[in-house]
Design a protein around this ligand. Structure first.
Ligand code: DHB
Length: 307
């Protein structure tokens, strides 16, 4: 049994993807994570121009692998992205997913246009960061029409590179938003981004601890929310799903694939366990598949939808 898979024409050694924002700061870092066993790596969200991000503290460990963060999507801008992609390509043959951030629709459009020229294997539109205000004061992914508009603008500028749209769990009906994004031209859905935002208060100072006051929750506590979101989206759309949210074991990966994910993003557990978690998770998935006489990992996708 091997875990190799093809996603929108992209060949991968396994369905595991380094999620955006984790270790994806340099081409060398991204290549190292691929060497350690992920099937593809996602960059930090790329901005067209330098973006400072938030002041410290930006990340709090809540215990049991759970995190709250408001890094504020810091990034050096498109020239830095170009250098990092070039460095990655020199060091690795693995697929590279480029995540894109922005605060206005036209900015997303311009960034997609610039990033597409760097020829990543997939473009991930991050329209769901809970900590960066966009022009309408909430993430585009929280509004069906804005999510569709962002997707349409991006799709027209992707130069044929597959476009995945990263959705927010902080909505009443994520499946409805996935449907709108699919109709607008998305080739895949990434679900979910962090949950919240939430707040942690230091009771001695009576002040929120994060400099941004609020941040997105991630880690094992959000896995059931991610599994439910993927389950609902799988029922609503035909395009494939990259399931993300609190995955830290082979059993977790199989679970979110049974809900409907074709690929599995891993973020917070890399913060805790380093990039060796990919090899561990892949091995656990193989063991499970062998025990259940599964020859091809794609057989697992959507199993939870059988009557
Ligand atoms: C940040 C971005 C995200 O997409 C997220 O889910 C949480 C935090 C950030 O950079 O602040």
């Amino acid at each position: 049994m091997n875990l190799s898979t093809k996603f929108l024409g992209i060949k991968m050694v396994n369905p595991l993807v380094l999620a955006s924002g984790i270790l994806g700061v340099s081409g060398a870092n991204l290549a190292a994570v691929c060497r350690d066993g992920c099937g593809a790596a996602t960059t930090k969200s790329i901005w067209l121009k330098f973006h400072a991000g938030h002041a410290n503290p930006t990340v709090l460990h809540l215990g049991n692998g759970n995190l709250i963060n408001a890094v504020g999507l810091p990034h050096g801008g498109i020239e830095e992205a170009r250098i990092e992609v070039e460095n990655f390509r020199r060091l690795s043959k693995s697929p590279l997913f480029a995540s894109i951030a922005g605060s206005r629709l036209e900015e997303y459009a311009a960034t997609v246009e610039a990033v597409a020229k760097l020829k990543p294997d997939l473009i991930e539109l991050n329209i769901s960061c809970p900590n960066v205000e966009d022009e309408f004061g909430k993430p585009f992914a929280c509004d069906m029409n804005l999510a569709a508009e962002a997707t349409k603008l991006a799709k027209a500028r992707c130069r044929g590179i597959p476009l995945a749209v990263k959705l927010s769990p902080n909505v009443a009906n994520i499946a409805q938003i996935a449907k709108a994004v699919e109709a607008a031209g998305a080739d895949a859905i990434v679900a979910i981004n962090t949950v919240g935002p939430g707040m942690v208060i230091d009771i001695e100072t009576a002040q929120p601890i994060l400099a941004n006051r609020v941040g997105g929750l991630s880690g094992p506590a959000i896995k059931p929310i991610a599994v439910k979101a993927v389950f609902d989206i799988y029922k609503a759309v035909k395009i494939p799903i990259i399931g993300v949210g609190g995955i830290s074991s082979g059993a977790n990966a199989i679970e979110i694939m049974q809900a409907g994910a074709t690929l599995v993003g891993i973020g917070s557990s890399v913060v805790d366990g380093g990039s060796k978690v990919f090899a561990k998770i892949a091995k656990e998935m193989e063991t499970w598949c062998k025990a259940h006489k599964i020859k091809n990992i794609s057989e697992v996708v959507g199993l939870a939808h059988r009557n």
